[in-house]
Design a protein around this ligand. Structure first.
Ligand SMILES: Cc1cc2nc3c(=O)[nH]c(=O)nc-3n(C[C@H](O)[C@H](O)[C@H](O)COP(=O)(O)OP(=O)(O)OC[C@H]3O[C@@H](n4cnc5c(N)ncnc54)[C@H](O)[C@@H]3O)c2cc1C
Length: 483
């Protein structure tokens, strides 16, 4: 049968494990299965940089991600009907962490940059806020510190020999305490029983605080974890990796105590999800340490991360596959007729565009109206772009996109001309200004936002890139259109 171990905060032996490297074993099996699957392609050394998120009629959609091909030094755009964030935690933000070099919080930061912020009113309750309020980046203050990472400086080989890639600290698994390991200060005294009645098997946060207090109280750099009283064969059988790593630094854990200090280990917060990994953004899922499903509350229990990862990824995978199968998405280039609801949306958007043009750049114009209209057109552009991306090429959509672009150009140009002349009559500047003259129609404008509203600046020369920014929803957005 399976051997069950026990760790901090557990009241019973319940942890199925693969010696002292359970996560590595899960990863090995998963990678092997994925590699054998004909429908799965691997893109190694590709770094997701930003999510592609757009908003259509008040609903936010994720359309994939911009990715850096690190080997080729190129950017690539992955357009997808559904996207899963599985980028892990953010341990590298701390100077002392058990996490590998790749845990730089990428998924959380990407989601945050695209507006998945905490809802107004602050933090969500540790248990999560339920499906109704999902998809903020939440609970980021709940950082778990593991009580026992190896303090390599106190091993015979010293700190330099013990340094791991990415500055991470080597983890001495909690199962060492689960199997009877005891903590001592450098004076040889056990201090946990005096700190918490559960002793060495108190939850992680408690043990980490007790160790910290003991070190500070005695002015010591580390404490000692001793398992040498257990039978040698048993220790080597349960902890082959810990034993081998310590041996490489000159320590025999079946005889010597292990020098340890607390280190950052796990982030309970992240992109808030429902129980199927779904976020507030349509088509965007998250699972694993990047997600905040609420399962761990404010303090993850030992060994529950891998369990959550296995369970949540299975649920999210099934939900994601179903969403992908039913998605109105056929790639950016595939032509496709509009559905009745999309056709109605296109017609309504054209009408809305016409109204904006008439109110802003009609027969008699006013600067304030033009600014308002320009903001409205920018919003229409985002919505149209999202629909084009999800529908592919389609006559009505292509025409709408062109109309929105031209409307934006007219409005921007009208806003720049601070006089009245010919077909441009502006009530704020009713006279022609000879110095301005007819000049050239400049289609290269830079519209920038300010807390007071939108302003427009004229570029020195025309170029092929039109940039405009606008403010709506959660923050400033910027888009580029090659014209
Ligand atoms: C030493 C150690 C021991 C642990 N032991 C246990 C244990 O015994 N039991 C337990 O339950 N938990 C344990 N944990 C915690 C657990 O391993 C992690 O919480 C879990 O592995 C997280 O899985 P994940 O798939 O979410 O992320 P990860 O396993 O961290 O995988 C994230 C992946 O995303 C990739 N990635 C990151 N950013 C990007 C980007 N921008 N673009 C593309 N790819 C990116 C990374 O390269 C990595 O491959 C341990 C953690 C550590 C560090």
């Amino acid at each position: 049968g399976l051997h069950l171990t026990r760790e901090g905060g557990h009241s019973a032996r319940r942890i199925v494990h693969a010696a002292d490297a359970t996560g590595a074993e899960i990863e090995r099996a998963l990678v092997a299965a994925a590699a054998a699957h004909p429908a799965i392609a691997f893109f190694q050394h590709h770094l997701a940089v930003d999510l592609l998120i757009d908003e259509v009629a008040g609903v936010r959609y994720c359309l994939g991600a911009d990715v850096l091909d690190q080997a080729g030094g190129r950017m690539a755009r992955f357009v997808a009907p559904v996207t899963m964030l599985a980028t892990g935690g953010a341990g590298q933000v701390y100077p002392n962490t058990t996490n590998p070099a790749v845990t730089t919080g990428d998924g959380i930061a990407m989601a945050y940059r695209r507006g998945l912020r905490l809802p107004p009113g602050g933090a969500l309750p540790p248990g999560g806020a339920g499906l109704g309020a999902k998809a903020a980046v939440a609970n980021m203050e709940f950082v778990q510190f593991h009580p026992t990472s190896l303090y390599a400086a106190a091993t015979p080989a010293g700190a330099d020999a013990g340094a791991l890639a990415g500055g991470r600290s080597f983890l001495i698994t909690e199962a060492v305490r689960g199997e009877g390991g005891l903590l001592y200060n450098l004076g040889g005294e056990r201090f946990m029983p005096g700190c918490d009645p559960r002793g060495e098997l108190a939850p992680r946060d408690v043990v980490a605080r007790c160790i910290q207090a003991e070190m500070e109280g005695r002015g010591e750099s580390h404490v000692l974890l001793d398992i040498s009283h257990r039978p040698r064969r048993e220790v080597l059988h349960h902890f082959p990796n810990v034993a081998a790593h310590c041996a490489s630094l000159g320590l025999d854990i079946t005889r010597d105590p292990i020098p340890v200090v607390p280190a950052q280990h796990y982030l309970c917060g992240g992109v808030q999800t429902g129980l199927l990994g779904e976020t507030r953004v349509q088509g965007l899922y998250a699972c694993g340490e990047v997600a905040c499903s609420g399962l761990h509350g404010a303090n993850r229990l030992a060994s529950n991360s891998l369990l959550e990862g296995l369970h949540a990824s299975r649920c999210a995978g099934a939900a994601l596959a179903a969403a992908a199968a039913g998605a109105d998405f056929s790639g950016p280039r595939a032509p496709r007729p509009l559905s009745p609801s999309a056709a109605a949306w296109v017609a309504a958007t054209r009408r809305q565009l016409g109204q904006l043009m008439w109110s802003g750049a009609g027969i008699v114009r006013r600067q304030a109206d033009m600014r308002r209209a320009l903001q409205g057109i920018a919003q229409l552009y985002v919505e149209t772009k999202a629909l084009v991306a999800s529908y592919g090429v389609n006559t009505e959509l292509v025409e709408l996109r062109n109309l929105v672009t031209v409307g934006e150009l007219i409005m921007s140009s009208a806003l720049q001309r601070r006089e009245s002349r010919g077909g441009h009559y502006c009530e704020d500047f009713p006279q022609a200004v000879p110095q301005v003259g007819v000049g050239r129609v400049c289609v290269c404008v830079c519209v920038y936002g300010s807390p007071q509203g939108l302003g427009v600046g004229r570029r020195a020369s025309c170029c092929g890139l039109l940039m405009f920014g606008w403010r709506f929803g959660l923050g400033w957005r910027r888009s580029r259109v090659v014209v």
